[in-house]
Ligand binder design. Sequence first.
Ligand code: FA5
Length: 344
Amino acid sequence: MIPIIAEIEQVKQSFIAALDSATTGKELDEIRNAFMSRQGEIARLMALLKTLSLEEKRQAGPVLHELRAYAEAALDKKYQQNEQAGLQALACREQSFDVTALRYHDKRGSLHIYSQIIEKLEDIFISMGYTVVEGPEVETEFYNFDALNIPKNHPARDAHDTFWLTIPSLLLRTHTSAVQIHTLEKREFPLAICAPGRVYRNEATDASHNFMFTQIEGLFIDKNVSMANLIATVQTFLQAVFEKKDLKVRARPSYFPFVEPGIEIDCSCPFCIAGCSICKKTKWIELMGAGLVHPNVLKSCGIDEQVYSGFAFGLGIDRLAMMKYGINDIRLFQSPKIGFLEQF
Ligand code: FA5
């Protein structure tokens, strides 16, 4: 036997062995490249054949052509088998996919800390007979300022760095007190509402200031409403918020154009007895602005201020949550940090 025929046989055996062990499309591509390409084994044998004598070509030529035909057919068949096996595996996977299956170790979503706190505050208000209402976040100048006794050029407007819209007189509300006016306009008494929601102020952010934060407003209107009613209501509310029956409140004079008199309400520190880092060793925590609704506010909503009176108070939910949960940066509330969110 001439040597090239033995070499053709060797190539055939190594082709068969490679094909037998191939299980992926990528491996089949590699085999095609190694044996069938222009730089492959069969092309090398073809080149060798050309250098042989006529007699040798006559003997080896058909054997080499037979190897090429065999290799092409075997490779095609294996490609087909491989494709079918892949499709079957896919069909099998799809068939056994159970959308209702319970997966114990998957991460579960939960309500955002904002939602949890707002729900809790709403529950407390509801338990005191209040109704939850909402107002728009895009407000008119009238609801956010004018009707709240803050006319144009009033210095109190400076305290609210406002995001104005390009449409004249429209703005992002700077406080939930704007909801007071929407509710008062309905003139249904007695009136007891709370209004939680996002508010916006165009100010620089730091660990305790954000440009978007959440407030909750309380408003009560009836006949003969007094400061004593306000303080008792706020004390009951805060005792429930901090789950402390002996929590005390105190009032300090303050100024908000829409209440008269205006006060700031502090509560005794619910976290310590002798002073701690949260109350800055003062044993008191500043919590909210409040006061008796200014007669001008009632008048601007068409309410007889000689007959009706009321109180209002508003507090920042972010700062309340920071205190309650020991959060040291207000910006975390709006961050997508999963480690932070997962704690609640
Ligand atoms: C007001 O917004 C009044 N509307 C509250 C009020 C309601 C007074 C009813 C009287 C009657 P003030 O600007 O102080 O007040 O804001 C209230 C609370 O919002 C603050 O106590 C604070 O907790 C929170 N707050 C204010 N500015 C920011 C800020 N930039 N980032 C986070 N929280 C803030």
